[in-house]
Design a protein around this ligand. Structure first.
Ligand code: ADP
Length: 447
């Protein structure tokens, strides 16, 4: 096992990895930008090192700075967390060249997962159903039109290098298709430096079901069950849970098999997630593979009692996967709390948290980097905390989570906890009638 691990991230996930290292007797090394000098991850790690100014491009995304930090501190491995460099094949490959273990999949698997259009084809070749759409990148508007006519409207134009719900445009008619392709192409170029887009049939009312995967370097690949993430805002997840209320045991088994086939088709090792859409008629389709630990991994941990971050460390160190048969128990739901004002169209709300109160009690876990007096910087993702409830039943998890979200206080900074509490308590959520349109019912009607 590694003795020294550098964590190339910040916020709650850096804190999460530090704690996993501590439990395993590994020395944790944090990196921080000057804006994060007094952040919890920099304070909690055994060692910490400054990697540059606040702008992510000059610090958390700057590969030479991260590699230098790893070399100066004698780190044997780097955990990239999620976001930042976690899905950079270039970074993983430079780590390999520098004999630093990248705690994640191979650069080749990252490249394939990151090229969503190519990944669709690889997964299709492995025998997994994909959403009907274009075979590869759209070359010109006429090509888009031909594909759309074949699969039928509405269609979704998606960035091949996309992530975080960016670079996606829906077109309901031929008249709006050309514009959707232009907008998605421009957005993709600006956000990802890659203008490639592809087409998919837009599946109305589809639910988002994903499977947690873990592969070791001995050719074993496991799944740790599903998570449902159908409650989203602008294609970004807000509330996630396991088990999904949409799956029967036989459908679950079928989808798990498809997820494993997808992972094997990609040549996947370490932690990853196979994402699917489940259409109202019960058909499921692969949409993408995320080559990293996911924000919502705790719900899986709560029902399986597996520490996925520790598994990541073990697998990266060459150990074989330990937990061959996982038997999930009970239910778990996570709500993401952002420093945003839901009353003001989710305007970011950076600033100093004068006082904070974090919930607790039986079955409640809070993954966060918050403390009273912490200043939420304006440079980074505005995720403040993940509140995770576990229950013997889904109803118990709902009661625990909504109560915990009511307790959540960050004086001086607006947050989305109360909104999540209202959603989770609502009739539709309780019935398990989830869908991408659910959030709209909770937003002020003038929007
Ligand atoms: P990203 O990588 O940006 O997160 P995804 O491909 O994972 O993009 O899609 C994000 C979300 O957008 C999905 O969870 C789903 O809610 C919605 N979505 C994606 N593709 C489709 C589709 N073909 N039809 C309907 N909704 C879709």
């Amino acid at each position: 096992m590694f003795k020294r691990v550098l964590i190339a991230n910040r916020g709650e996930i850096a804190v999460r990895v530090i704690r996993a290292c501590r439990e395993m007797g590994i020395t944790s090394i944090a990196v921080y930008s000057t804006a994060d000098k007094n952040s919890l991850h920099a304070l909690l790690a055994d060692e910490s090192i400054c990697i540059g100014p606040p702008e992510p491009s000059e610090s958390y995304l700057k590969i030479p700075n991260i590699i230098s930090a790893a070399e100066i501190t004698d780190a044997q491995a780097v955990h990239p967390g999620y976001g930042f460099l976690s899905e950079s094949a270039k970074f993983a490959s430079i780590c390999r060249d520098c004999h630093i273990t990248f705690i994640g999949p191979t650069p080749e698997a990252i490249s394939l997962s990151g090229d969503k259009s190519a990944c669709r084809q690889a997964v299709k070749a492995a025998g997994v159903p994909i959403v009907p759409g274009s075979e590869g990148i759209i070359k010109e508007p006429q090509h888009a039109l031909e594909v759309a006519q074949k699969i039928g409207f509405p269609v979704l134009v998606k960035a091949s290098a996309g992530g975080g719900g960016k670079g996606m445009r829906i077109a309901h008619t031929e008249a709006t298709l050309k514009n959707a392709v232009t907008l998605a192409t421009t957005e993709a170029q600006a956000a990802f430096g890659d203008s490639g887009v592809y087409l998919e049939k837009f599946l109305e009312g589809a639910r988002h079901i994903e499977f947690q995967i873990m592969g070791d370097s001995h050719g074993r690949v496991f799944t740790y069950g599903e998570r449902e993430c159908s409650i989203q805002r602008r294609h970004q997840k807000l509330i996630e849970e396991t088990p999904s209320t949409a799956l029967s045991n036989s459908l679950r088994a079928k989808m798990a098999k498809a997820a494993l086939r997808a992972a094997k088709g990609i040549g996947y090792t370490n932690a990853g997630t196979a994402e699917f859409l489940l259409a109202p008629d019960g058909q499921f389709f692969f949409i993408e593979f995320n080559a990293r630990i996911q924000v919502e991994h705790p719900v899986t941990e709560e029902v399986t009692s597996v520490d996925l971050v520790q598994e990541q460390l073990r697998v990266a160190a060459g150990e074989a996967l330990s937990s061959s048969s996982v038997r999930p128990e009970g239910a778990s739901i996570e709500a993401r709390v952002y420093a945003e004002d839901p009353e003001m169209n989710f305007r970011p709300s950076p600033g100093i948290i004068k006082r904070c109160h974090l919930p607790g009690g039986p079955g409640i876990r809070v993954d966060t980097h918050l403390f009273s007096g912490y200043e939420v910087p304006r440079y980074y993702d505005s995720l403040l905390a993940k509140v995770i409830a576990r229950g013997q039943t889904r109803d118990q998890a709902i009661e625990r989570l909504s109560g915990a979200l009511d307790e959540f206080v960050t004086e001086g900074v607006k947050n989305t906890a109360k909104l999540c509490a209202r959603i989770v308590r609502g009739d539709r959520f309780r019935r398990g009638d989830l869908g991408p349109d659910l959030l709209e019912e909770y937003l002020p009607s003038d929007r």
